[in-house]
Design a protein around this ligand. Structure first.
Ligand SMILES: [Fe+2]
Ligand SMILES: [Fe+2]
Length: 278
């Protein structure tokens, strides 16, 4: 539970002020040399991981402003504005890596279009359909508590926690273990630090909301029922053009178990145990 700190938005905002970093100051020269020399299978694996991250960060940057508009207090609005800046910064880091290490400079939109070809249909369903739909509903009805709970469940609990923390754990484990791409690992670790702050907000918001509005526990449960099958699929591997993720040195089952354990812990804190979902 160490990565989860249950702090209110004002505390999280103060923490953000102390956690600034610049994606253009990460040292990437070793990465550039290594990328040139890397064998094809390693390169395919990293390229696929990077593509997933590129697509994910673009989606969660541009499908977020509805939540800022649905804030319940000025402190919450302040924190959520910082999260939007963070997501844009993350997207900039991955685009820079593609520009400078993979050495294919493009506008971000072109990077994302190329990256989309690497990810699985389940991944695209989650980021291009489920997230987009939940965001549109929240933009249309910022006062609708169920729309906000559904959005935060999808965004903070599933995308940032269940998918995001799992991807971070196994990708950085592999790269560190093989001494690969230190600049990428450095930037990705700073991104991970930001993500734990975002997840802290999501868990705080869902726990407080369920305490005050018990009926919203059902919104969380229904959202999980809708989404978990695609999440399990998305954790199962890459798209058609992608690599075999078991090259990471772990089985798909182990990856899914790690994700499920984290989700179980967070749902316990929120007060909607996974055992009550099905
Ligand atoms: Fe992010
Ligand atoms: Fe985030």
């Amino acid at each position: 539970m160490t990565e989860i700190q249950l702090n209110d938005p004002q505390t999280l905002y103060r923490r953000w002020e102390d956690s600034q970093w610049n994606p253009f100051e990460i040292e990437l020269s070793r990465d550039r040399e290594q990328w040139e020399a890397m064998d094809a299978a390693d390169r395919a694996l990293v390229y696929w991981a990077l593509s997933s991250l590129m697509v994910a960060e673009e989606r969660i940057t541009t499908k977020f402003s509805g939540l800022v508009g649905a804030h319940g207090s000025e402190e919450e609005a302040t924190f959520l504005s910082t999260q939007q800046v963070d997501e844009a910064r993350h997207m900039q880091f991955y685009a820079r890596f593609r520009d400078e290490v993979i050495a294919e400079p493009e506008l971000i939109g072109a990077h994302v279009a190329k990256a989309r070809r690497q990810v699985s249909p389940a991944f695209r369903h989650i980021f291009d359909e489920v997230l987009v739909d939940a965001h549109e509903k929240l933009v249309a009805a910022p006062e609708d508590l169920a729309a906000k709970v559904r959005f935060v469940t999808i965004y903070h609990l599933i995308l940032e926690s269940t998918l995001g923390l799992t991807t971070f754990r196994f990708i950085t484990g592999y790269l560190d273990g093989h001494g690969l791409l230190p600049g990428f690992v450095d930037g990705y670790s700073k991104i991970h630090h930001d993500e734990t702050r975002h997840i802290g907000y999501g868990v705080w918001f869902l726990r407080e909301t369920v305490r005050e509005h018990l009926e919203q526990a059902d919104t969380i449960r229904q959202t999980l029922r809708d989404l978990l099958p695609s999440v399990a699929d998305a954790l199962g591997g890459s798209g058609e053009d992608g690599p075999d993720i078991e090259r990471l040195g772990v089985s798909t089952d182990a990856v899914r178990q790690f994700a499920l354990d984290g989700l179980t812990r967070r749902l316990d804190i929120i007060g909607v145990p996974l055992t009550s979902v099905y």
